[in-house]
Design a protein around this ligand. Structure first.
Ligand code: TYD
Length: 216
């Protein structure tokens, strides 16, 4: 394929299985001869690396990791990610699969705000912070019930990050079910993520098939 590639964002709560599904789908696409670039947010750039330190409690923000400050950090990382990594890969014709994008900010930072302002004001503000972040061609939302995701997180055994409490994740799962409200101008496709790896993989592939043409 020549010219612009395809920009796919993949979203869901922690433990939804987005990373595993992206890896499997990327392998399948590469096997079919497609150029693929797998990436994620927080990115591996300098701002994203700092965000991961904050999420893991290894870096401390003096006023605490408030939702509004975190929204700024995620938005700054996103522009660095788009300009330094996503757009160059798209120019090379790659299918870019991003594990999270600005829908994560709209879901996580809204929920974490505890609605200290009316919900629509928070969403509008987060959107404006991300005003210059290129829109994905399609966003896949992997919906899982909070219990299934919690089991997967426990099995993974990694220490809990900032947002990985069961109560917050349950509210996030609801927000993702209605993701269209958060990004009304975007193309959003939901995939049911509670099944086995293979079941979800099949649904994931079917959801993207209309957008990802075979190599030619
Ligand atoms: P995650 O994909 O869970 O990384 P890992 O698998 O390495 O733990 O992302 C880290 C966390 O960051 C996750 O809890 C979601 C959160 N997050 C936001 O709150 N807002 C954002 O804009 C993004 C991109 C992520």
């Amino acid at each position: 394929m020549s010219g612009e590639g395809l920009f796919v964002a993949v979203e869901g709560i922690d433990g939804a299985g987005t990373t595993t599904q992206i890896d499997r789908y990327a392998a399948a696409l590469r096997g079919a001869g497609r150029k693929v670039h797998v990436t994620r947010e927080p990115s591996t750039g300098p701002i994203g690396t700092f965000i991961r330190e904050v999420l893991g409690g290894r870096a401390t923000l003096r006023g605490g990791p408030g939702w509004d400050l975190m929204a700024h950090l995620f938005a700054a990382d996103r522009l660095d990610h788009v300009r330094g990594e996503i757009e160059p890969a798209l120019r090379e014709g790659a299918v870019v699969l991003s594990d999270r994008y600005d829908l994560s900010s709209l879901a996580y930072q809204s929920v974490a705000s505890d609605l200290s302002l009316p919900a629509h004001e928070i969403v509008t503000w987060i959107r404006s912070l991300n005003r210059f972040a290129r829109r994905p061609d399609v966003t896949i939302v992997v919906d899982v019930t909070p219990d299934v995701a919690a089991q997967r997180r426990r099995r993974r055994g990694a220490p809990e990050d900032l947002y990985e409490t069961d109560a917050l994740q349950a509210r996030l799962a609801k927000a993702y079910l209605h993701a269209e409200v958060l990004v009304p101008a975007d193309r959003v496709v939901h995939v049911r993520g509670d099944g086995t790896l293979e079941e979800v993989e099949a649904l994931f592939r079917a959801a993207l098939a209309p957008f990802v043409e075979p190599a030619g």
